[in-house]
Ligand binder design. Structure first.
Ligand code: TRP
Length: 448
């Protein structure tokens, strides 16, 4: 089993893929408007605390499960004997289905990004074009959204087909550094705007009265989503890890980088958003409205706009590759006779079919509203705020009770890593008591 499994070609390969799939639309697109929806600073603080105290321990647990079993989630679960067998099978199935659904809805938003890339290209030819039209054209045209989502899924399919080493590592590895540099540059530019002071206050001053009863579960859901925890993704990535790698340190680096990029995105988006429009801080279209407007009102803005959306597209491609890879690797591990290519085609096809529903959310399905929200937002809330925390809760039980102590201790406690023995006790405690308690509290507050 071990010898047949491809490992990352370098130690760095793991980080590229784990960070590449953690950092995506969750950081740049979703984080800002969720922060907007929950009133700013207090939510950012809550998010940061939960990322390190709830997301990180679960992330480490998933990586450990993968590294220990050298399998993806579903076949790792099939190895476990005993009374929990059936429950584990179901749980892993839910995780994988969740990855499939997220991939579908992620494809729609990635399609939006593609649209902006194209609009900025067109703006070189037709400079008089109004940026307002960029978003309006897109929102009123479901067919366009579905078409763009399918283009995205085909691109993702092509990369995943090439396999772990050539495909994924090369793509993400080349693009991530460029994106980081651009983000820092744009953040600096954004922070020099007159609105920066207000934006900083909004983002960094914690006014706890702005939190509401669903803020806790929203923050938890977003933490899991942005760290890619609860999908079995990190189990798959951990299964390709090299023997000598210290899992907790690896998990820590991934979580830290991801949170850092989210904060960076907040600092970049809010000054621009406050500068150009006050009202839509809570809407999924936030960055698609504020950023192009800002870019187009600046000299050489279309160059920046093009490069920004291109980088964002590549980040979302990285995350989508991770999502498809999780589903494909699980199915291939279970049914090897099907072959990777066939599985990848089938899964991408299913993802496309599902993606047609959110694609029409802002056009033909505009009238379909539940609790004052459209289809796309409701899908987002059901998947990320309800199902995902539930799966993560079950995940904490699996890591605590099903994964044997021996490998956990062996992987965790390493004399060359600072304080790993006492951190091991803390990690086990948090998975057993603290994390379940917080998630259950989140649900109680939400439904009370
Ligand atoms: N974390 C990704 C983002 O923030 C999205 C994501 C969720 C993901 N689950 C995943 C990516 C599983 C890869 C694998 O955009």
């Amino acid at each position: 089993m071990r010898s047949k499994r491809g490992l990352w070609s370098t130690k760095f390969g793991f980080y590229l893929v784990a960070i590449g799939s953690a950092c995506g639309l969750g950081n740049i697109w979703r984080f800002p408007y969720i922060v907007g929806e929950n009133g700013g600073g207090a939510f950012v603080l809550l998010y940061a605390v939960l990322a390190l105290s709830v997301g990180l321990p679960l992330l480490i647990g998933e990586l450990l499960l993968g590294k220990y079993t050298r399998r993806s989630l579903m076949s790792a679960a099939s190895q476990i004997k005993g009374p929990s067998f059936k429950a584990l099978q179901w749980l892993s199935l839910v995780s994988i289905l969740l990855a499939l659904f997220i991939l579908s809805y992620y494809a729609v938003i990635s399609g939006w990004v593609l649209h902006f890339v194209m609009q900025f290209v067109v703006s070189f030819i037709k400079p008089q074009m109004e940026q307002k039209d960029f978003l309006a054209t897109l929102m009123s045209n479901g067919l366009l959204q579905a078409g763009l989502a399918s283009v995205h899924l085909v691109l993702v399919f092509i990369v995943v087909m090439k396999g772990v080493q050539e495909g994924i590592e090369k793509w993400i590895g080349n693009m991530m550094p460029l994106f980081m540099i651009l983000l820092v540059y744009l953040m600096a530019k954004s922070l020099s705007l007159p609105s920066a002071e207000n934006a900083m206050r909004f983002l960094l001053y914690p006014d706890f009265s702005k939190l509401n009863s669903s803020s806790l579960i929203s923050a938890l859901g977003h933490v899991f989503f942005t760290l890619s925890v609860g999908f079995g993704a990190m189990v798959t990535f951990g299964s390709y890890m090299h023997e000598g790698e210290h899992v907790p340190s690896a998990g820590f680096r991934v979580a830290l980088t991801d949170s850092f990029i989210s904060i960076l995105a907040g600092l970049l988006v809010f000054p621009m958003a406050l500068q150009v429009s006050q009202s839509r801080l809570t809407d999924p279209t936030l960055i698609f409205e504020a950023l192009p407007m800002f870019f187009m009102s600046n000299k050489a803005g279309n160059v920046f706009g093009l490069v920004f959306f291109l980088c964002l597209y590549i980040a979302s491609l990285g995350a989508s590759i991770g999502l498809l890879e999780v589903v494909v690797s699980n199915v291939v591990d279970r049914i090897p006779s099907l072959g990777r290519k066939k599985v990848a085609i089938i899964i991408s096809g299913i993802a496309f079919l599902i993606s047609t529903i959110p694609s029409f959310s802002s056009s033909n399905l505009r009238q379909v509203q539940v609790a004052g929200r459209g289809v796309l937002e409701n899908i987002d809330i059901i998947l990320i705020t309800w199902v995902l925390p539930f799966v993560a809760l079950c995940g904490s039980f699996v890591i605590t009770y099903v994964l044997p102590d021996k490998p956990k201790q062996l992987e965790f406690c390493n004399p060359s890593h600072f304080n790993s023995t006492s951190l091991y006790g803390f990690w086990k405690w948090s998975l057993k008591y603290y994390i379940p308690a917080i998630i259950i509290l989140g649900f109680i507050l939400r439904f009370l």
